[in-house]
Write a protein that binds this ligand. Sequence first.
Ligand SMILES: Cc1ncc(COP(=O)(O)O)c(C=O)c1O
Length: 380
Amino acid sequence: MDIKTICIHGSDWKDPTGYISVPVFQSATFGHPELGQSTGYDYARVQNPTRECTEKVVARLEHGCDCTSYSSGMAVISMVMELFKPGDTILSTDDLYGGSIRLFRFINEKNGLHFRFVDTSDISKAEAALDDTVKAIYIETPTNPMMQVTDISAMADLAHSRGALLIADNTFMSPYFCNPIDFGADIVLHSGTKYLAGHNDTLTGFVVCKDKEIAEKIRFLYKTVGGCLAPWDSWLVTRGIKTLALRMEAAQKNAQTLAEWLAGHPKITQVLYPGLPVFKNKEIHDRQSRGSGAMLSFYTDSHETALRVLKSVRLIRFAESLESLGGVESLITYPATQTHADLTEEERESRGITACLLRLSVGIEDVNDLIADLSQALGE
Ligand SMILES: Cc1ncc(COP(=O)(O)O)c(C=O)c1O
């Protein structure tokens, strides 16, 4: 079945009443016919029919054997870390969503896990950082916000050569453009708040597993930790996914046009977008993805220009606490004081998260309106 069809029919929802849209089963618990018998639904922390439909679509979109859904992307990452025990080391991409770094450093390390942050876009650096304490390699590709690309197959081989897992946060690409499991990833994570839900109206997260053994461990954590997605939010995400293909194509088209326009602008010194020929590791990205996505980062010629853009955009939304991406609305963020505020200034500078860096999540508005907005914000 084509991915566009899976987006619409992937939950296999059918019932005798003829409902086209899966109903919101707003029930915390389910009655039993008699002692020792169950309808298959007992308690909503473990099973809920609305949520199951969402999970089924995402498992199919990501080519996994099972999917579980949670109340946010961070709830997902926190729970996946429960697979490991004190003393285990996770080798992680060094350029990462700031919230993930905060979780690793301030929560997981306190509980005995060790994190080794390396530039996984350079395989030799990842190889050099590997030893027998490493139980997983954790990657984002492209990364948030520096758009660094990691070779998923090479990382999977590296992880598996030491008996470790490869965990990939596929939020930026969405399953529409990339399926890390096809390249050897064992676990794929999503902040479904972003492209999967797609409308900036709900928080959600997903874990998709390649094989049954890990899926069983995750199912145990799912029912034990209890961060599962509520029925109404499940319904919103299922509805969002129905237009995933259309939204991703439209947003990508806009992003390509904007990246080219920005690259030719005198006040922009560099644009980081996989659709540009000069993009670092483009060949690797193109090999493992079906598109360039709709996230891009760019450097302005000065700190003042960056501030001016943030202050002056009208259509493209900016707000001090607004950190999201992947919805129909275009959003701009300033990683240095928003998503990556928890890093030291030295760490930010060494990763390229400077006072001139802006990150743009391109939406599906008319591209000429977006160009006009950025053009006036840049002072033309
Ligand atoms: C790549 C990535 N992973 C995970 C998350 C966390 O997801 P959530 O905000 O749904 O908790 C984010 C949030 O921005 C993200 O960008």
